[in-house]
Design a protein around this ligand. Structure first.
Ligand SMILES: Cc1cc2nc3c(=O)[nH]c(=O)nc-3n(C[C@H](O)[C@H](O)[C@H](O)COP(=O)(O)OP(=O)(O)OC[C@H]3O[C@@H](n4cnc5c(N)ncnc54)[C@H](O)[C@@H]3O)c2cc1C
Length: 386
């Protein structure tokens, strides 16, 4: 089920796959039995290897020291990373290309916030979602102009990696009703953790709720011009929707391979489990859906590299996220079933992905929100314009 890649992309795929197979996967069970955490020295080693591979700068332009990879090569890397639990493969910060566009006019922002991500010296988190609604981009947090800067007030939910980050991208509304994006240091006065809930998955990256009370943010920490805040968040959504899909391709492939291997050696009375057609059908459906998912993801990545129209890309990223996340959840459910009781054990790959992949139908826009985006695109541009 190979996707045609050039020689450089294949070498890159092998390098990331080697990292995943030799460094991440062997530590999954240890992390899972310890709330997703590994001893700090091992975590450091894993992070250093990610840095040496250049993973934090995959999307960062080469002129800023990044790898400047196209979307296809990024998908290649994230697909390989997705074979391991997200508890471990998310061990590095990401300096994404939209950040360089958004902060292009500010040497201060590039040097103090974006370059340290590339070099693995700082970690970021995104604070967009609020209690009232995550689905509809309704931002109630306020940014009040004070002359020398802004005072931010509001509450942000599900701030992924908030516990590990040292700064946030915060979305807030100015008094003029403009959506604005700010770089906010986590140790700023007025930021407090309201709650740090437990979630289904076991990741060292937590998702705390933060309250911002009169948090003073200097003028120079506002990103871009008036009204551009939500545009940057949408760039982030597009990037995340594609990379989430890529990770799920890797997860689904691994589950299909491991379930096939298990069924091939599992003896049920006089027969191998793999000889039962009921099992073969589950594997056949999974492999077929994975193939379709890989084709659409790589085609969307190629379209992005070809410079396809942004609106068409926005729609395609939604289609990819919708289809691949639902496909991977179906594969996880079947894989648990094929493993039987063992598929319900925490040390089993299918059990872990069964829990981990569920959120991929929720975050970065739920499946329902992706369907709304796709339907709107169909109504506006027709099938040929999607
Ligand atoms: C583990 C985790 C990590 C997250 N990390 C981050 C993060 O780092 N930063 C951040 O800003 N946010 C983050 N989020 C928030 C996430 O993006 C939101 O949870 C998600 O967008 C859904 O918003 P909501 O939870 O408010 O659900 P709601 O908006 O309340 O939706 C509830 C349900 O209603 C459905 N629904 C809503 N509107 C419609 C409609 N018009 N038609 C049909 N159905 C509809 C939704 O699909 C959903 O099923 C994270 C969430 C989770 C669970």
């Amino acid at each position: 089920m190979q996707i045609e890649l050039n020689e450089n992309s294949r070498a890159w795929q092998q390098a990331v796959r080697h990292y995943v197979d030799t460094t991440l996967i062997p530590r999954e069970v240890q992390a899972e039995s310890n709330a997703g955490e590994l001893p700090p020295e091992i975590m450091r080693e894993i992070q250093d290897q990610a840095l040496a591979l250049g993973l934090p700068g995959m999307d960062a332009p080469a002129r800023y020291g990044g790898m400047g990879l196209g979307m296809v090569d990024q998908i290649v890397a994230w697909e390989a990373l997705g074979r391991a639990t997200n508890a471990l493969c998310w061990c590095f910060p990401e300096a994404q290309s939209w950040m360089y566009q958004a902060c292009a006019d500010s040497e201060y922002q590039l040097e103090s916030y974006i370059r340290p991500l590339l070099e693995g010296r700082r970690r970021e988190a995104y604070a967009i979602t609020e209690a009232e609604s995550g689905s509809h981009e309704v931002i109630n947090s306020s940014a009040t102009h004070t002359g020398s800067g802004y005072l931010i007030n509001g509450e942000k939910w599900f701030v992924t990696s908030g516990n590990l980050a040292d700064f946030f991208f915060v979305q807030a509304k100015t008094a003029e009703g403009s959506d604005a994006l700010f770089l906010v240091d986590k140790d700023s006065a007025g930021i407090e953790v309201v709650e740090n809930p437990l979630f289904s998955h076991t990741f060292p990256s937590h998702h705390p709720t933060y309250r911002f009370t009169d948090v003073a943010v200097p003028e120079r920490n506002r990103i871009g011009g008036p009204g551009s805040g939500m545009d940057y968040s949408r760039s982030w959504f597009r990037h995340e929707r594609m990379t989430i899909a890529a990770r799920m391709l890797g997860a689904a492939a691994r589950m299909i391979e491991e379930a096939t291997e298990w069924a091939s050696q599992r003896q049920i009375l006089e027969e191998k489990l793999i000889d039962k057609q009921a099992i073969q059908f589950m594997l056949a459906d999974s492999a077929t859906e994975l193939w379709a998912a890989r084709l659409m993801t790589f085609e969307a990545a190629s379209a992005s590299d070809r410079g396809e129209d942004l609106k068409a890309m926005h729609n395609r990223c939604s289609m990819v996220k919708l289809y691949v996340s639902e496909m991977a959840n179906r594969v996880a459910d079947r894989a648990v079933q094929i493993f039987g009781g063992r598929g319900y054990m925490r040390e089993n790959v299918a059990e872990r992905f069964f829990r981990e992949l569920r959120v991929d139908r929720i975050w970065e826009g739920t499946s329902e929100i992706q369907r709304l985006i796709i339907a709107r695109s169909l109504l506006k541009r027709g099938l040929d314009g999607m």
